[in-house]
Every structure is written in C-alpha cells, then in structure tokens.
Design a protein around this ligand. Structure first.
Ligand code: ZN
Length: 488
C-alpha cells in the first residue's frame, strides 16, 4: 500500500476532543484525507509514500483558520499604520466607495495574490473574507490550493451602489463560484453590518439566504454602539431582535466582533447556534474609546458558542500572523479583565477547530483525525526560540510566528514544502503588488514611500466620499438617538 504523504517521528498536536499530543507521532494522508494518526513505530520512516516527511524537530498541527477578514486592500499594508482614527476611516471610506464602483480592480487582484501568498507562508489554510468584488479572490485562493469562504458585501446606507445591482452581483458570484475547486472555495452572503443596512436590506438578505440554504451569512454584528441604535431605527427591538424578525438569526450566521453585548445577547446567539469571529488586533490597534467594552469570549464559549479568531482588516495593523491574533486575544482579555482568561490550549482550539466549527466545517477540517480532510501544517521547532519545548500549546500561541511554518498541506496537497510555495510564484506576486501600488499612488495622490504613507489632502478625501450613503446613515442614527433620549 502506498499513501500520498507519510509524516513520521513528529511532535503531533492533534486538537482532537482530548487534545491528544504525540511526542513522536505518525500522520498518514491519502486521497485528500487523513487516514491514520498514531504514535510512531520503528519502520514508519520506510512507509511507502509519494511524499515522505521526516518529522524530527517538527510540530504537526491543523492548518490555521482566519474566521473573519477583508483582503482586497492588502497591498496598502503600511499605508494606514500611523494615521489617526478619523483620517483612517475617511480615507478608507473613500477607497471603499470607489471599489464599489469598479475602480482599483488591479489593486484588489494584487491584494488577493499577496494575501494568499502570505497566509500560505504563515500556515493559514482557511480564510473567511468579506469584500467588495471577491471574484479574483475566489480564483486566486482556489488556484493557490487554499480553502476560502468569499462573499460580496451588500449595504445600502454606506454605499451609493444601487441595491438591485448589489444583489444581482451577489447572486452571480454564488452561481459562479460556490463549491468550486473541489469544494475548497465556497460563497457566503455578506450583509456588511447591523449599523449601515436598512430593514429592507436585511429582508432581501434573508430571501437570498433562503434561496441558497448551504451558504453562511457573514456579517459584522454588535461591533459598534450604533448597532442597536440602527436596529431600533429599523423598527426592531435591537440588533439580534431585528435579525430574528427577518429570519437570519440561526446556525448559518457568522458574527464578527459581537462586542457591545449583554448576557441576554449571549443567550440568544447560543440558542440560535450562530457563531462568532473574534478579532482582537483591529480593536486594540484602532481603539476608539478607553472604556471600550470587550467581546465576552469566555462567556460565549461557556454558553457553547463556537468562537474563531479573525485578523480582520490586517492591512490596518500590518500583520499576517494568526499566531499573533491568538496572543493578542489573550493579552487584551487579560488587560480588560484579569489574568487567566484562556488556557493556551483553548487559544489553539480557537485558531483551528473552533474556527472551523464557526464556519460550519468542523466535521471536515480543524483537527488531525482519521477521516478528516488533510489541512495540516508543519512548524520547524528545532530552534533556540522553541528550546526547551515545555508546554507546546503555549509555544504555539505565545511564541510561534508565520516564519516558523515550513510545510503546508491543504486537502491532502502540498502547497508549501520546506519553505517553498509550490502553487504560487512569490517573485511574480511581489512584482505585481509593487506595480499595483505605484499605479494606485499615481491615480489617487496617496504618498506611499519607505518612510510611511499619507492619504491625499482631507478636503479631497471628503469630496470623494459617496454622497448619499453616509449622509443617510448619519441622519438615521442621529434621529434614533434623539428618539431614544426622549423615548418616543
Ligand atoms: Zn471586518
């Protein structure tokens, strides 16, 4: 018998139900699936395989899951880093509006290539991305051999693109891209959030979701104080109440952030069997308020809610590291509360199996167990930074970095071997990205150079904002705040 891939004598962190850890373990992979996981025996190095991997000094673990992200603007990494919050939001809104109108396709295409390459290099095998025009994303991640959930954003108060056109685009995307590349690429339905969508938009979302019952509904939920205010302006009791009214509060819902919440919200999301993507870095980096409420992750997990981790708009905080996201989840929770909010193993689970469950694919991926699809990464742990290997889960979430990932397997295929991507040409990607960023800087007047970045002058930025969208959004929120105050 010959298998496709045989890994032996490796440290194996299975992330199965018992968190089984083999000091010397063997993992066999055949026809896309994991077929055997066990302690290594003498002679395992000679198992007949198309690819034999000596696991000595290597940690084998499930591929990482980035449960909430946006990828189109990846080439703008470094461009926002030192702006203040208002400058960042202003310049971002202007770009978002123009993306919606079909500008900057070259930047988005380069963005998907750069994101796929860097996530591949860093052991991220599954992403869940909400973008403006995700077609290039679905194709780039599909070709790269990675796993991805992609959906086009729909929103009516933030954006000037006609709603009919947005839903036509969403339907076309689903018809063309859902369940492609052997099921590695799946479409999602993406109402942007609960503070920039009207009730009508949620109702249309619910209709589309009913038409495509296999798809996740991916949104930003209870991200801002404005979330419940907008729900009341939309005639709902609150944000979750509005989603329940229209019929999308169920197990297909993936809610990014879920931050401004109370006990009743936790109970309701748990009863609905919906899941949460927690994105600590983006909020720590762009904290709008020193007293900011924090996502109640321990309580959500205690209530049985699947919580994955997401890197969100990673080009706003200059990171491709999902390991870093786990560390940030721990540090932020400890600062907001007290030490000991998570064990290291709980964070490993959120990075892998719980992220997979949050995306509805926990039965297929997220752990190293016989029968599962083989999404597996190998880290080189034969390094001073990992010596001694006391407490492997703690090394993974506190100490590991993307550069420690050496080999990546997705769906049983080697997409990176010994540090070399097998499915992407890294040099070509770098060239494309540099050309795209030069063109973007020329077209927009953004200054982007080795010393930093500067958006075009603020008056110009504001002139480029979509006219109708934000004005309607802000007036609706202001009116509801007055109503709330005087309770009429
Ligand atoms: Zn987001």
């Amino acid at each position: 018998m010959t298998v496709d891939i045989a890994i032996s004598n490796a440290l194996v962190l299975t992330v199965d139900e018992r968190n089984c850890l083999y000091e010397r373990g063997t993992v066999l992979i055949d026809d896309g699936r994991i077929t055997e996981v066990r302690a290594s025996e003498d002679g395992d190095g000679e198992i007949e395989a198309t690819h034999t991997i000596d696991g000595d000094g290597r940690l084998v673990m499930p591929g990482l899951v980035n449960a909430h992200t946006h990828l189109e603007l990846t080439p703008l990494i470094g461009a926002f880093s030192d702006l203040d919050l208002l400058e960042m939001m202003g310049s971002m809104t202007a770009i978002f509006g123009r993306l919606g109108e079909g500008d900057f396709d070259y930047l988005a295409e380069a963005g998907y290539e750069l994101a796929a390459l860097n996530f591949l290099l860093g052991g991220v095998t599954t992403i869940n991305s909400m973008d403006v025009r995700p077609t290039a994303g679905a194709e780039t991640f599909g070709e790269a051999g990675l796993r991805g959930f992609f959906g086009p954003t729909v929103t009516d108060l933030f954006w000037d693109v006609p709603v009919d056109e947005q839903f036509d685009r969403a339907r076309e995307f689903i018809e063309t891209h859902h369940d492609t590349y052997d099921g590695r690429i799946r479409a999602t339905i993406c109402p942007h959030d609960d503070w920039s969508c009207t009730r009508e938009l949620w109702e249309r979302t619910a209709n589309l979701a009913a038409e495509y019952p296999d798809l996740l509904v991916h949104t930003h939920l209870l991200e801002l104080e404005a979330s419940n205010t907008m729900a009341r302006a939309n005639g709902g009791p609150d944000s979750l109440g509005l989603l329940n009214d229209v019929g999308v509060l169920d197990e297909r819902l993936v809610a990014a952030h879920f931050r401004v919440t109370d006990e009743a919200d936790i109970e309701r999301i748990s009863e609905a069997d919906a899941s949460v993507a927690h994105c600590p870095s983006v909020f720590c980096y762009w904290n709008p308020d020193a007293e900011m409420q924090w996502t109640p992750v321990p309580e959500l997990r205690d209530a049985g809610v699947d919580v994955g981790l997401g890197i969100d708009d990673h080009y706003w905080h200059d990171s491709y590291s999902m390991f870093g996201e786990a560390r940030q989840a721990r540090l932020a929770a400890n600062v907001k509360r007290t030490t000991g909010q998570y064990s290291s193993m709980e964070l490993v689970r959120m990075l892998t199996i719980e992220g997979a469950r949050a995306l509805g694919v926990g039965d297929e991926i997220g752990s190293i167990e016989p029968g599962k699809r083989a999404d597996v990464v190998l880290l080189d742990v034969d390094k001073p930074k990992f010596t001694p290997l006391t407490n492997v889960p703690a090394h993974v979430v506190n100490n590991a970095a993307p550069g420690d990932v050496e080999t990546v397997i997705v769906d049983g295929e080697l997409v990176m071997r010994d540090g070399t991507p097998m499915t992407m040409d890294a040099e070509a990607v770098q060239k494309d990205v540099e050309a795209a960023v030069d063109r973007f800087a020329d077209e927009t007047g953004w200054e982007l150079h080795i010393g930093g970045g500067n958006p075009p002058g603020s008056t110009e930025t504001i002139r480029e904002l979509p006219k109708r969208g934000p004005a309607r959004l802000l007036s609706r929120l202001a009116l509801q705040s007055v109503r709330d105050k005087f309770s009429f």
